[in-house]
Structures are given as C-alpha cells and as structure tokens.
Design a protein around this ligand. Sequence first.
Ligand code: BGC
Length: 879
Amino acid sequence: MVQIFNARQTGGIKPVFSWKLRGDENQRIYRIQVSGEKGNTVWDSGNVESDERHNIPCPIQLEKEQKYNWSIYVMGEKSGEDTAEGDAFLTEISKWEAKWMEPDRIRKPIIDSTQPVQPKGRCERPQDGLEKLDEAVYMRKTFLLQECPKSALLYAASHGIYSIWVNGHQVSDLFAPGNTSYKKHIDYQIYDVAKYLQHGKNVICVVLADGWYTGKIGAVGIGQQFGSENAILFQLSVIGQNGTKETIMSDEDMKWSDGAIRYADLYVGEYYDANYEKEGWLETDYDDHSWRPVRVNPDGYEQLVRQSIPAIRETRMIRPTVLQTPKGELLLDAGENIVGYTSFELTLNKGDIISLEHSETIDKDGNYIQNIIGQNKNQTDYYVAKDAGNHCFKPQFSFHGFRYVRVKGTTDTDPSHYQIHVIETPLRDTGTFRCSDERLNKLQENILRSQKGNLISIPTDCPQRERTGWTGDMQVYARTGCYEQDIEMFLRHWLRDMEHEQLPDGQIPHIVPYMPSHDIMKPPGLEGVSAAGWSDAAVIVPWRLYEAYGDKQILRECFPMMKRYMDATKRMAAERPEGYDEMSPDRQKWQKYLWNTGFQYGDWLMPSIQMSGRSIFEVVTETGYIIASVYYALTTDIMRQVCMALGETKLEKEYEDLNTKIREAFAKEYINEDGTMKKDYQGVYVTALAAGCVPEEKKKAALDRLETLIQENDNRLDTGFLSVPYLLPVLHKNGRKELANTLLFQDKCPSWLYEVKMGATTMWEYWNGYAEDGTPSDGSMNHFAFGCVGEYLYRTILGITPLTPGYQEVLIQPDTTCGLNFVEGSFETIWGTIEVSWKLDGKKVKLNLTVPPDVTAKVVLNDYIKTVGCGTYHIETCQ
Ligand code: BGC
C-alpha cells in the first residue's frame, strides 16, 4: 500500500513539485500531470521510474498569467498505487504596466532620537504617535467593465503595507507584500478576483500603511528606512467571456484621502478614530470628488518577484481571561506569549477612547509593565468611538508580541467581548515530541511557539522589540527549526535576500533585510562589518537546509554567495591582529588562519557575564576572537562538504587544507600544553571540540576541564549564543552523556527548565528572563535562539538523526538511559514520516518505529543493531 500526502508545488512558470508517502512499499513509479484551466494537459511526465519525490522541476516553462492544476500518481514496488490532486497554482504577471502611485502630501518630519538604545520602552505621552506618524492612505479607482469577466487576476505590491478591496470584498493578504530587501526585492501577490467583478461600474480600494518600508522599524526605531513615502502598485488582468483582455491598473486616475486610521505602525501600534470614517468608500457609487490627487513614483519593476512563501495569516483565536490588577486596571491575559493583535466588541459612548497596550509580562505583583527597551515600541492600539452604541475594532496594520493587554477606557470585563488573534506565516508542522516529563513537553511547546511567533515573513530575533532578521539567531537555530516545521522555502526566500545584502567585497551583514538605521549601532570605523556566527549564516543556514531537505539546488543557489563570503572571511582573517609586531616569527606565521580582527560578538549573552550585571559587551573582549576562529574552522569544514556535494573537487581540497591550517593554528594559539584553553570558558571548550580544533591527544583533558567547569558552576551551563547549540551534543557524543542529561534536566538558572519552572510559554532572550521572585528582566521573552536545544530532543532523546542529507538513510538511536520512562514523537521528512516511540518496562526497552517508503533506518538500541526498510517495527531489548 502507498498513500500520497502533502502534495505541494511552488507555483509560477517554473514550479517544482513534491509529495510524501505513507505505506509499506517503496515508490517505483511516479507520474506528474499539469493541466490548464480548460483541463488541457500541458505537461505529462509520463511514468518515471524513480524514488524521487522532492522538488521535482517542471521541465517546460509554463505560461504567465495562468491558473494551473496538477495531479500526482504513484505506483509502489508491490503495485500499490495512489493518485492525488495538488492545489491549483497561479503564474507570474506577463508585463508590468501599472504605475507606483503615492499620495501627494508632505510627511511629518522625523523627530526620533538617533541613540541606538533608548532606556524607555515607550513614548513619554501616551498618544504622541499622533505627532510622529502620518495617516494611513485611502485610495480608490473606479472603472467600467462591459461584461462579467471569465477570469481576472489582480497583481499587487507596495511600498509600505496594503489592503485591497474589490467592490467591497477584501481580497489581500495580511501585511502584504511582506518584509524583504526592498531595494533589491519586493514580492508581489496574485489574487483571483473574478468572482467579485461585475458588468458596469467596479471599484478597487486600497489602504496603505507604513509597514516595514516607512515604519519605525528595527532596534533604533527610526522610520522611512527605504523611502519617504508609501506607494501602491496594482494591475488587474481581466479576460472577457470571448477571450478579450483588458488591463486596469494603478495610475493617475486614482484619488486619495485620509481616513479613520490616523496612523498605523507595526511597532508603535494603530490609532483608529471612527470620526474620520468614510462612510461607503468601498462602494462603487461613493462620491470621492473631494479626495486629493495622487502622484507617480518613478520606481520601476526590477525588484518585483512573485511571492514564493505563504502569506501571513490569522491561525488561531484565543478568548482571553479578564483580570483586575492590584492597581485596579483591566488586564487581558492570553495565557501564552503570542504574536498577533486584540479585537473587541464593546458598548461605548461618543468620544470614548479605548487603548489596548500590549506587553509580554506583568510585574511580580501582577501589575502591567512594559519590559521592552527602545523607542517607538509602544505596541498600543487606540480606538475612538464616534457615537454611542456597539463598536467593533481590530487593527489591520500593526501586530504585537504579547501575552497581556492593558485595556483603558472601559470597565467591561466580559471575556466574550475580547479576542486575541494569533498570526503566523502558515508553515507545515513537521515534528512532534512528547515524553514522560511534562517539563520537557512544555519546553518543546515553548520552542515551537517562539518559532512560529518569529517566522513572520522573515526569521526575526523577537517579535516585539527589534523584529529584525538577525542572521546569528537563525544560524544557531536552523537545525531545530527544520525539525519543527517545513521551513525550506521560507528560508530559501530569506537567503535570497541575504545574497542581495551581500556587500561587493563579499561581507554579509548581521541583519537581513538590512536597514540603514542599523549603521547607528555599528562600532565606529567598522562600517560594513561581518561577524563570526552572524555573517556565517551565509554558509551554515544553506547547509542546514541541505541536511534536512537533501536538495542540492539549495547549495547551488547559495554557492556563489557562500564562496564570496568565505573569500572575504579569508581576507579579514589574514589581516594582522593587534600586537602582531611583538609576536614571535613562528606565531606570526599562523595568525592569518585565525579570525582575530574586526568586531566579533563572541559567545554573546554568556550567562556568567550577562547575568552578573556587567556590560554584555565584556563577552566581546573575552571571547570574540577565540570563538570567531572556531567558527572559521566550522565554516571552512562545511564549505569542504558543500564542494564535495557539488563536485567542486579542487575547491574541496582547498577548503580542506585551509580547515586543517585553521585547526592547527587554533591549537597552537589557544590551547595550553595541558589541554586547557587560554580562555577558560565552557563555550570555548564546547565549540572547539565541535569544530575539531582540539588535537586528539588533548581531547580528554579538554573534556575533563569542560566537565569541571560545569560542575563548579553547580551543574549549570555557561554557554552563550554561539556555543549553546553544541553543548549537549558535544558532551553526549564524547562519552559524557550523563552530564549532558543533567544539564537538560537542570532547573536552576541558567537552564532550559528554569524557564519552564518560571512559567515561560516561549523561549527567553536572557536565561534570567524572570528572577526567582518573579521580577521580569528587560529582555525579550520571545527569542527562539536558545530553543536550539530542540535538536537534542529530536536527535538524541527521541533518536532520529540523518545519516544522509534529506534523511533517506537515518539513524534511530534514542538515549533510553536519559532518565525518561517513555518518549514518543515523529519527524515528517521529505519522504514521509518517521515515527518513534520508546518506553522502559522494568529492565526492558520497547521501541516502536515506523519507517516511510524509500527510507532505510539503522536502529541502534543497546545491543540491537539492524538496518531496516520501510514498515512498522516493534523491537525489545534489555537496557
Ligand atoms: C538581538 C539578538 C541579536 C543580537 C546581536 C540583539 O539585540 O535581539 O538576538 O542576534 O542583538 O548580538
């Protein structure tokens, strides 16, 4: 029996097709058929004898501005068969002709501070957004159609974010066009709107808000980073009943007005004053003669690309608990730290102002506080009632990272009058993990919640403060991320922007998309800086995707960026470090193999420094160069493997040689005779061991020292950003598995289970996000980075490790001595789902395993070692 599931395509004129299988037989044959709207077959692969089923390219180029259907047929080795209809998909626009239209207005001057970090998280006065921010822009265009069309596709993009209505029907995605490297890349969206159009007069209405383009984004919170004004671009392609084509587009015929949204900023919030509502403005016969003219923005179309990732959506609704704080304030509690917004339905009087302030935390007494540092991070929405009666409100152009909402302006405590809406980029969940320790189950939930909250258009560090594509965060987290959800296309989309942001000399910035205001945060003299562990994402993230999804195309796509970046790193490493002239000639020789120049974060947020109250930048001086050099070894080794996968034999050898020299230089420069490190920190041992920088003869001593450091630290970790992902795997792999598990189950701060013990519902930025007495820190409560321990749960505790990229060969070797009684979980690979559950029964271990078609699993369970193909297995051994 074979059964197809999760059949999907990437859309566009060059789609790739994928599906997965369940069943007890391997795939022998597949057949893909693509058909046009009339049912005419445009491509038929015929019967292909192959086990392939991931990212199969369509060999012909499909037509633009079309809707296609496709189906997949599979026959198994034992002649089981199945057919599935994939989702219909749309293709690119043929030719842009529309004009970028913007309101003819003068924007308010920027009065924000240029200080990188503002001590206060809020505007001084509650409503000063009105002074700093401009109104959302309402635009209209009416047009006539001679008949009801047969088909109609609307293509749209914007500077800023937009909503579009066709004859009163909202057709657009949330927060479109998303967050990309706007100077080089703007996604456009395609909407099938035929059913909303009519014979006679029609109207397209638009609201434009600041979004990421002109909004107050990033750590610094200064607006207009990519341009000073918002603009809309849309083109409607209408095909009449007899095949005639007509195009309606954004142009000078449009008009604009301000309206009820007095401002809308992703970070600051939205201010909706119903007194400014334009009654009936979405209707065709609305009288807009008093609306103002629009002007053309001369931008072209070079940046425009059909959106290839799912649009952001509301995925869940939460009915909050309504509380009264000790101070007597009205507080909504979502019960979990989420990303989204709040809506209400309240009875109000004319002129009532409702404010909704969002925060991740309350203080230890239960009162509302804002924990977030930085300017313009208010996360506050306002609604002004224009008359007495029932009023509904939901913001459209702002979202927040929060658990609690302070509501002012009403005393209504009925929970059914409030709703919390959770938003996500809807990516498929691919991992499950459950075990006999509820605390680990909670940790797993928190990891996934943080991932979902931060994959909003791009991978962000956190969803409430910077909301920025910090490259280091995804670099450390990517492996875990790939277990939890299908993030292949999402990260490929982001990696394209990473390439867009690559500097001419090959350097990669710390944030992608880049925003000019970030320059303010750079140390003087280090413009265009790369930093190990962050910029290294250019090499590590594509490799993680290849490990998880096995598609060499990912590597091919990224290879030019990776190579140019490594060339730049080589140059930077080769620069002479401080004190070079005083070094012995011998020592001077190996300096070029150490990355000991420029700005380096080092083992960022190392707990003993971060929690001590000392400057977090101490970690830079303490560990910057030693950790950068280890990462240089890690990335050159990955490049060796990339070149091997791509058949770049000459380069493979070059990276191999370079890697050897780096490891040798590291050992000479940083490792003492007795195997201890010149910088005696846990993270240094962990990463040096992970990168193979510790010579064999010193390995035991280094491991012993690492063990001692952990023990002296009361069996607690002291690893920062760049070493945390390697901590448990390094200990486990090197014969210290009890210690690895002690750290996993540790619940004193800093530890993963401390967060769980303190009631976390997401992963924190700081290990001491809350003090023991419940006092919150000013760090973010929703940073996925330290959730990278998820990899250990899936690989070592559940026991699913790939032996080949894409998991066609997999090792099933759970650690049944880790202290748990049972573990069950699964991982949906590109082939199908691997399911594992094990439990202890007295001295026995019982393992259930399901291996999907075309996957072979090597099972190692105590003395049981066997390689099996697809099917379901029940294995029993003694501990
Ligand atoms: C972010 C991090 C980021 C870091 C760079 C922080 O402010 O929140 O997650 O990687 O800066 O060190």
